[in-house]
Design a protein. Structure first.
Length: 348
């Protein structure tokens, strides 16, 4: 019998081509990355993992098409109780719900954030979510990242959504305002792991887990760029770490962003907005998935939060003003040359 407070965990997935040939514990660490490799290895030793319906060993090699299944119990380290916290619910049915997470809301309890989290809010919204791992949360957003998240409401939906996420069948697109001007889009393919000396931070680390981020330029400003970003993986702080590695950190990022850099010629209004923006300018804009029960494609979009929209409007106004000043300076130059008797060949 399970101890009081123990959560029943039942996860299954199919091995894809990218994991073929890896050890079972390595594959599980990629598929079920909510859990540490040491925890997964312990469950393998306890016989809680099967490979193609047979008891498995840690060093078993997996092949494409193999089926892995994990049945275990996990003792909650922090009791999570229902709390009446408002939720912005974009969609809900008997199988799942999609929420638009605000800045400042932690996803689940942890050291330093024992309550007032999304998980507490979900348990208040629907008490039946207590039977699911983390109240049905299948992926996370950082505390101060805003935007769309999908939450499972049944064990079947949870298993299928977790498997779809591992198979990269859930499409997530973000909006990120980064420091500096990027001329073109690109792809960052760099592994991410714990920072070697600062354990509270993540970093590009050759010993980390594979991570791939695609980005495209949506809008350029004199000293910043608005990007559309898509993930192939979902590592902790992935976009923030990858963009900082590219030396174009997400604007406002308190961990990876460095010192505030104000655009040349910024007026007081823009300076005040930028100084007051105390979070990473990162928003989960679009979510596309197949319904876990019916299989139909579902698409969701979230407008930019007011603080980020206001900042972008101010940057656009500044860029427009700079362009006008540049045009005036050019006109004045040509006028001065004409007064001095220079002939200006406009075609050169």
């Amino acid at each position: 019998m399970a101890d009081d407070g123990a959560r029943q965990i039942h996860l299954s997935a199919e091995i894809g081509s990218e994991l073929a040939g890896k050890r079972l514990d390595q594959a599980l660490a990629r598929l079920f990355d909510d859990y540490s490799r040491s925890r997964l290895q312990a469950w393998i030793r306890e016989g809680r993992v099967t490979l193609n319906d047979r008891s498995a060993a840690q060093r078993d090699k997996v092949a494409e098409g193999d089926r892995v299944e994990l049945r275990a119990e996990e003792q909650d380290q922090i009791e999570c109780l229902p709390q009446d916290i408002p939720l912005d619910i974009v969609y809900e049915d008997e199988h799942l719900l999609v929420i638009d997470k605000p800045a400042g809301l932690v996803v689940h309890p942890a050291a330093g954030n024992p309550d007032r989290t999304l998980q507490n809010a979900l348990l208040y919204h629907d008490s039946s979510l207590a039977r699911l791992p983390r109240a049905g949360i299948v992926h996370r957003l950082d505390k101060d990242t805003t935007g769309l998240m999908v939450v499972a409401k049944t064990p079947m939906a949870y298993q299928r959504l977790v498997a779809a996420l591992a198979a990269r069948e859930i499409h997530r697109e973000y909006r990120a305002l980064v420091v500096g001007q990027l001329r073109t889009g690109g792809t960052i393919d760099q592994p991410i792991g714990r920072h070697p000396t600062v354990r509270t931070r993540m970093a590009v680390n050759p010993l980390g887990k594979p991570a791939v981020t695609h980005y495209r330029v949506l809008e350029r400003f004199p000293a910043h760029t608005l990007l559309g970003v898509q993930l192939e993986s979902g590592r902790t702080h992935q976009i923030r770490v990858h963009m900082a590695h590219l030396r174009h950190p997400v604007f406002g990022d308190p961990v990876y962003g460095g010192r505030l850099q104000l655009p040349a010629g910024a007026d007081e209004e823009l300076k005040t907005l930028m100084r007051g923006f105390q979070r990473q300018a990162l928003h989960a804009r679009r979510l596309i998935l197949q319904h876990p029960a019916g299989g139909r494609e579902m698409r969701f979009e979230s407008p930019l939060p007011p603080d980020m929209a206001e900042l972008l409007d101010a940057l656009r106004a500044h860029a427009h003003h700079q362009a006008e000043e540049s045009a005036i300076d050019e006109d004045a130059f040509y006028a001065a040359m004409g007064e001095q008797g220079w002939e200006i060949d406009e075609d050169e």
